[in-house]
Design a binder for this molecule. Structure first.
Ligand SMILES: NC(=O)c1ccc[n+]([C@@H]2O[C@H](COP(=O)([O-])OP(=O)(O)OC[C@H]3O[C@@H](n4cnc5c(N)ncnc54)[C@H](OP(=O)(O)O)[C@@H]3O)[C@@H](O)[C@H]2O)c1
Length: 301
């Protein structure tokens, strides 16, 4: 895979749902809102879009497909993924026959002949990683995918996978409020020339400053819809750090600039409307110094 990785990727997990959770399929951004967001990202120079078969129960890929058909963008690059069920009760996992089927249905929804990057959306303990690598290699040879990688893996899983195949990218949660990747995954990626992509770079919106100590959760926000992954952040130490971050500048801009100041990291954004792109663009325009980065690292240690 080309080493010229973009630093910023448009995450399309909010299109037609909230990620892969069946309870929200049909919610999230509408087709019109998604088209507007993709137009704004493209105009801002963001040319790599990230989706998954199960986002919005297939709607995310369909909306991207509609954008491609109507805009015919030259140079668009795509990531999609598989693991999660496409609807409540449907099959999931990385069995080779399922992966072959899912990649075909993704290409149909997207209306393309191939994607640049295909990720295992989760680790499947029932499928040996060498078997997964073999099916991914088959898809590379067929020209269906340009490269392949993993998502939601820990260091031990990544090390095992790197022994088994040419996994070129990892997409894990990473932000000022989720530092787990620093321990094993980021160093392993750097040592093995694996592209690291940080998802939930704003910790699901927490790093925008929208959640405040002792204040009600804003209507329609992710914490009112799908709070599960972030409940533990209701903690005085987190609020102390967030309040200090806000004293230093726009929290979302600083949080994204903190990620981008590490050259090993690309960021998968989760905007809901065009204006949400501005913190990322501001972070690209005004990089943090290493000294500022270290101060923020310490603030959220
Ligand atoms: N591989 C995986 O398992 C995985 C998991 C999660 C995400 N992803 C990918 O990563 C992308 C980003 O993840 P994420 O959605 O969790 O990212 P995030 O940026 O941490 O959170 C997105 C949420 O933050 C809020 N937000 C974002 N930008 C904002 C801004 N400028 N101002 C105010 N609020 C803002 C919105 O919250 P409200 O909804 O409250 O308005 C939005 O829904 C997804 O679209 C998907 O492509 C991958």
């Amino acid at each position: 895979m080309s080493r010229a990785y973009p630093r910023v990727i448009l995450g399309c997990g909010n299109f037609g749902g909230i990620g892969s959770a069946p309870a929200f399929f049909g919610h999230g951004e509408t087709l019109e809102q998604a088209l507007e967001l993709m137009d704004a990202a493209w105009e801002a120079g963001i040319t790599w879009f990230d989706t998954a078969d199960a986002y919005g129960g297939g709607r995310s890929e369909i909306y991207i497909g509609e954008w491609i058909r109507s805009r015919r963008p030259d140079g668009l690059r795509l990531t999609t993924k598989t693991f999660n069920p496409m609807a409540e009760g449907e099959d999931h996992g990385l069995a080779p026959a399922r992966v072959r089927r899912q990649v075909e249905t993704s290409l149909d929804r997207l209306g393309v002949e191939g994607v640049d990057l295909y990720l295992a959306h989760d680790w499947d303990p029932d499928v040996p990683v060498a078997e997964l690598a073999a099916v991914f290699e088959e898809l590379v040879a067929a020209g269906t995918i340009g490269a392949y990688g993993l998502s939601n893996v820990d260091g031990a899983q990544l090390a095992e996978a790197l022994e088994a195949g040419a996994f070129a990218a990892v997409q894990d949660s990473y932000s000022l409020l989720d530092r787990e990747a620093e321990r094993d995954v980021l160093p392993l990626c750097a040592a093995n020339d694996v592209w690291f992509q940080a998802f939930s770079p704003l910790a699901g919106g927490w790093l925008t400053g929208k959640y405040r100590r002792d204040a009600p959760t804003p209507e329609g926000s992710r914490m009112t819809m799908r709070p599960g992954p972030y409940e533990h952040l209701h903690d005085d130490r987190v609020y102390d750090a967030l309040e200090e971050l806000a004293r230093r500048g726009d929290p979302a801009t600083l949080a994204l600039a903190w990620l981008l100041a590490d050259e090993r990291v690309s960021v998968v954004l989760g905007p809901r409307r065009p204006a949400h792109l501005e913190p990322a663009l501001a972070a690209l325009r005004q990089p943090l110094t290493q000294a500022d980065r270290e101060e923020l690292s310490a603030l959220f240690a």
